[in-house]
Design a protein around this ligand. Structure first.
Ligand code: NAD
Length: 292
C-alpha cells in the first residue's frame, strides 16, 4: 500500500508539472470589444492589450486616416481576422447605432466596450466660449452616454452580461487650472459610470472607470495646443511638462498608454469579476490626491 501511495504522489506531482507547462488559455479568448478613439494613443494601446489576450477588437474613431493606418498595423501584428475599423463620431446617434451593428455583424456581438474617444481644451472660465463648453460636453459626457446606451441595448439583448470601461481622467476628480469645461465633462463621465453600474448589475453588466493622469507619449491630445496651454498654466516650457508630471507623482514615474491599457484589461477580464462602479487612478500616485 505504501508503495502504491508513493507511486500516486509521484504521478500527481508529474501530472501537475505537466499542466503547469501547458499554454494557459487566453483570458479574453472569443470576447468581442469595441474601443472608441481606437486610433489614438490610449485607445490603440488598449486595443493591442485586448488583442494580445485573445479578444476580437473593433476600433472606432472619427479620424479616418489614423483609423485605417491603425487597423492595418494591428491586423499585421495580430491577424486580419480579429481587427476591424469603423469610422465613428461618438456625438452622432445614428453613427453610434451603426458602429455597434457593425461589431455585431463582423464578430457576432459585443462583450466589452472601452469608451475612450476624447479631446482636450483649455481656457480660463471667462474666456470659455459656449461653443467650447458644448464641444467638451458633447464629445465627452454625451459621447460616453451614447456609446454606453448602445452597449447596454446590445448586451441586454445578448443576455450574457458584459463589461464597460470608461477612460475618464484625474481631472474629473481634481480641478485643473483653466480647464473647467474639460474637468466638468470628465466628472460627468465618472458619475455616469456609477449610474450605469447600478443599472447594469442585474444584467451582469459591469461598469468601471480608469482615470489616467497625464499620458504625454503617443497621445494626439498632447501634440496639439493643449500642451502649450498646460505649459502656460504651469508657467513652464512645453518640453518641461513630462518631467513636471513625473516629479509630481509619488512614485516619480511617467504614465504611458500601456499602463492605462493594463488597467482596462483588468476591468475587461474576469479577474475583476467582483468590481463594478469602481475607479482606478493610474497616476503613479498623483500628489494632488494627498496632503503632506
Ligand atoms: P488621443 O488624441 O491620442 O486619442 C483620442 C482619440 O479620440 C483620437 O484618435 C481622436 O481622433 C478620437 N476622437 C476625438 N473625437 C472623437 C469623436 N467625436 N468621435 C470618435 N472619436 C473621436 O488622446 P489620448 O491621450 O489617447 O486620450 C484618450 C482618452 O483618455 C480621452 O478621453 C482623454 O480625455 C483621456 N485622458 C487622456 C489623458 C492624457 O494625458 N493623455 C489623461 C487623462 C485622460
Amino acid at each position: 500500500l505504501a508503495e502504491q501511495e508513493a507511486f500516486d504522489i509521484e504521478y500527481w506531482v508529474l501530472e501537475e508539472a505537466k499542466l503547469q507547462r501547458l499554454p494557459k488559455p487566453k483570458a479574453l479568448a472569443g470576447r468581442i470589444a469595441l474601443v472608441t478613439g481606437g486610433a489614438g494613443g490610449i485607445g490603440r494601446a488598449t486595443a493591442e492589450r485586448l488583442l494580445a489576450d485573445g479578444a476580437c477588437v473593433v476600433l472606432a474613431d472619427i479620424d479616418a486616416s489614423a483609423l485605417e493606418r491603425t487597423e492595418k498595423e494591428l491586423a499585421d501584428r495580430h491577424s486580419p481576422d480579429v481587427v476591424r475599423g469603423v469610422r465613428l463620431d461618438v456625438t452622432k446617434e445614428a453613427e453610434v447605432t451603426e458602429a455597434f451593428a457593425f461589431a455585431a455583424r463582423e464578430f457576432g456581438g459585443l462583450d466589452i466596450l472601452v469608451s475612450n474617444a476624447g479631446i482636450s481644451s483649455a481656457a480660463p472660465v471667462d474666456e470659455t466660449e459656449l461653443s467650447l463648453w458644448n464641444r467638451n460636453m458633447e464629445i465627452l459626457a454625451t459621447g460616453y452616454f451614447l456609446v454606453s446606451r448602445e452597449a447596454f441595448r446590445l448586451m441586454k439583448r445578448q443576455r450574457a452580461g458584459g463589461n464597460i470601461v470608461f477612460i475618464a481622467s484625474k481631472n474629473g476628480l481634481a480641478a485643473s487650472p483653466n480647464a473647467s469645461a474639460y474637468c466638468t465633462a470628465k466628472a460627468a463621465e465618472i458619475h455616469l459610470a456609477r449610474c450605469l453600474a447600478l443599472e447594469g448589475a442585474e444584467h451582469g453588466i459591469r461598469v468601471n472607470t480608469v482615470n489616467p493622469d497625464a499620458v504625454l507619449r503617443g497621445s494626439k491630445i498632447w501634440s496639439g495646443e493643449w500642451r502649450e496651454q498646460r505649459a502656460a498654466a504651469y508657467n513652464m516650457a512645453p518640453d518641461e511638462l513630462e518631467e513636471h508630471y513625473r516629479k509630481r507623482s509619488l512614485l516619480k514615474l511617467s504614465v504611458f498608454p500601456e499602463d492605462i491599457a493594463e488597467a482596462v484589461w483588468f476591468f475587461a477580464s474576469d479577474l475583476s469579476a467582483k468590481s463594478t462602479g469602481n475607479i482606478l487612478n493610474v497616476d503613479a500616485g498623483n500628489a494632488q490626491s494627498f496632503t503632506r
